[in-house]
Design a protein around this ligand. Structure first.
Ligand code: RP5
Length: 181
């Protein structure tokens, strides 16, 4: 798998194993079912980088690379990952199967890659049967960005540096809203 840094645009091929934090260890895993999902998932990586949170970005499919998926997710907590973001399109089971394999919080991003424009992925991701939850975000790039922000908010409960970065992000965002159009 080709690896690129988060700041670059690409349609396919993916995606970085990056370390942007103080100790360089990724704390958030960003999984996606296909390299073609990277453009959609990139805002998650970008906003985490902006907040100083290292992420590990992987193309891992629950159905096309099941062994890779199981190996990665079952070792994620031991490898220092605190939150997993999983984005997938179509019959999107990646987030649900990921959640089944770990006690880490899993945030799902439905990707609008199918003829149903993500409605299929939204329903597949959000409609988890009781017992194995997936925190589901909005469809597409907006959901990916919010997944990154939500992952940071989870980390911020125990990490003052991430909390401060998140507060500064909110301040910048507020300041960027004009009073008139
Ligand atoms: C899903 O199928 C992926 O998450 C992707 O959104 C979709 C299409 O994948 P490709 O055919 O582009 O690899 O599993």
């Amino acid at each position: 798998m080709a690896i690129r840094s988060a700041g670059r645009t690409r349609k396919t091929g993916a995606a970085p194993s990056r370390s942007a934090r103080r100790d360089g260890k990724p704390r958030v895993a960003i999984l996606m079912g296909s390299a073609s999902d990277w453009d959609t998932m990139k805002p998650a990586a970008e906003v985490l980088e902006e907040l100083g949170v290292a992420s590990d970005v992987r193309v891992i499919s629950a159905h096309r690379t099941p062994a890779r998926h199981q190996a990665y997710v079952t070792k994620a907590e031991a490898n220092g990952i605190d939150v997993i973001i999983a984005g997938a399109g179509s019959a999107a089971h990646l987030a649900g199967v990921t959640a089944a394999l770990t006690l880490l919080p899993v945030l799902g991003v439905p990707i609008d890659s199918s003829p149903l424009q993500g409605l299929d992925a939204l329903l597949a991701t959000v409609q988890m049967p009781a017992g194995v939850p997936v925190g589901t975000l909005a469809i597409g790039r907006v959901g990916a960005k919010n997944a990154g922000l939500l992952a940071a908010a989870i980390l911020a409960r125990k990490d003052p540096a991430v909390r401060a970065a998140l507060a500064r992000f909110r301040e910048r965002q507020t300041a960027s809203v004009p009073e008139r159009p």
